[in-house]
Every structure is written in C-alpha cells, then in structure tokens.
Design a protein around this ligand. Structure first.
Ligand code: 5GP
Length: 208
C-alpha cells in the first residue's frame, strides 16, 4: 500500500534563499528527496559533482535532451539546467516525495505535465535586499548580478501561477512555512486514496 510521493517545485530568484531553505527543509524532513539537477555551467567553489549538480558539457546535455531524459529543462543565464527524469519518476512511484529547486521556465513545464505537483515560490522581502544578498554572496560578477535582478523583477509577475508564495525574511520562519505547506499537502484526500482504502478495508474486515 503506497500512494505516490509528492512532487514539490521550489522556485524563486537567485539570492531568494531557495538553496538554504531546501537544505534546512531536508534536515527537518529527512524523507524528502532532493533531486540533483544537471547543468552545463561550471562548478562554483565548493560545489561537488553529484551533490550540487551533475556537471555536463553542452554536447552531453544536448544528447540527453534528444534522448528525452529530462522531466524539464531550461536555458538560464546562457547555461542549460535540467531535471533527470527517470530517477524522479522512480522515487515518486515508490511513494517518496521529491523536491525540485528549478527556475520558473522549468516549473511551468512541470505544471503542464504534473498538475498535481505543489508549486512554491520563494521571494526576498524586497529587491534591495535581494541585491545586497547577491553582492554579499560574492559568487557572481556585477553584470551577472544585474541580469539576475532584472530577471527577478520580470519573473515576479508570474508568481501567481504558483500555489504558494513564501517571503524569505526570517529564514527559520520561511522554512517552517514551507514545511507546514508540505505537511498539509501530505494530508490531502487526493494524495491518500490507497491509505484510505486500506484503513476502510480493515474496518470492514472487523465488522464481520
Ligand atoms: P545557479 O546557477 O545559481 O545554481 O542556478 C541558476 C538558476 O537555475 C536557479 O534559478 C536555479 O533554481 C535554476 N535551476 C537549477 N537547476 C535547475 C533545473 O534542473 N531546471 C531548471 N529549469 N532550472 C534549474
């Protein structure tokens, strides 16, 4: 007896704190599986193959697109990013919930294919705060930061296509909000049909 796991899509501008929220969430909810994306961008300092991303060449990525190996993929800031499909599908069938930390283009592709997924948009409290966070992070050049800021403002207009929006002002609070959303989603009737049937059968067997 196992209902399918929940596919959770977390998006938001770079610097909104998605990565930090995800990491804290995985500590709080150890059964949640984080889907490691594939990318053609170069690793940043401290990033590890297979943990941060699977780092691949453009040619390898193109081949995987042709092989239909991605659940979704998108070109973000001149690089490709994608979610390896088979692994995620297997986990969901096993009843495990999977979290994707992906951009808005990818999220919209997932929305077309998996309407039952849960879409959460993380926003910083303001564009100024986002700008400061990106500069403090020190991982990107000024022109990259400017690109990220302009993308953040245009994307915000599409946030209404998500199911939930969480403002990341206080990290602990934002993590708690996302965790609460996930807890509530696991209790939805539509996600517990097999469990309900199982309990119902037990009641019925006890009656006779
Ligand atoms: P970064 O280069 O800062 O790690 O990520 C840049 C953007 O790509 C972020 O918005 C991140 O959420 C997004 N991203 C990471 N992995 C994927 C993925 O598998 N698919 C899509 N569509 N976007 C991704």
């Amino acid at each position: 007896m196992s209902d399918r796991g929940i596919l959770i899509v977390l998006s938001g501008p770079s610097g909104a704190g998605k990565g930090t929220i995800c990491a804290a969430l995985r500590k709080e909810m150890p059964n949640l599986v984080y889907s490691v994306s594939m990318t053609t961008r170069a690793p940043r300092v401290g990033e590890e193959e297979g943990i941060s991303y699977f780092f691949r060449s453009k040619e390898e990525f193109q081949q995987l697109i042709e092989d239909d190996a991605f659940l979704e993929y998108a070109k973000v800031y001149d690089n490709y990013y994608g979610t390896p499909k088979q692994h995620v599908m297997n986990l969901l069938s096993e009843g495990k919930s999977v979290i994707l930390e992906i951009d808005i283009q990818g999220a919209m592709q997932v929305k077309e294919r998996f309407s039952e997924a849960v879409f959460i948009y993380i926003v910083p409290p303001s564009l100024d705060i986002l700008s400061n966070r990106l500069r403090d992070r020190g991982t990107d050049a000024t022109d990259v930061i400017n690109k990220r800021l302009s993308k953040a403002s245009s994307e915000l207009a599409l946030a209404h296509r998500y199911d939930y929006i969480v403002v990341n002002d206080e990290l602990d609070e934002a993590v708690e909000k996302v965790a609460s959303i996930l807890r509530a989603e696991t209790c939805r009737i539509k996600r517990n049909k097999e469990k309900i049937q199982y309990i119902y059968n037990q009641y019925r067997n006890n009656e006779v």
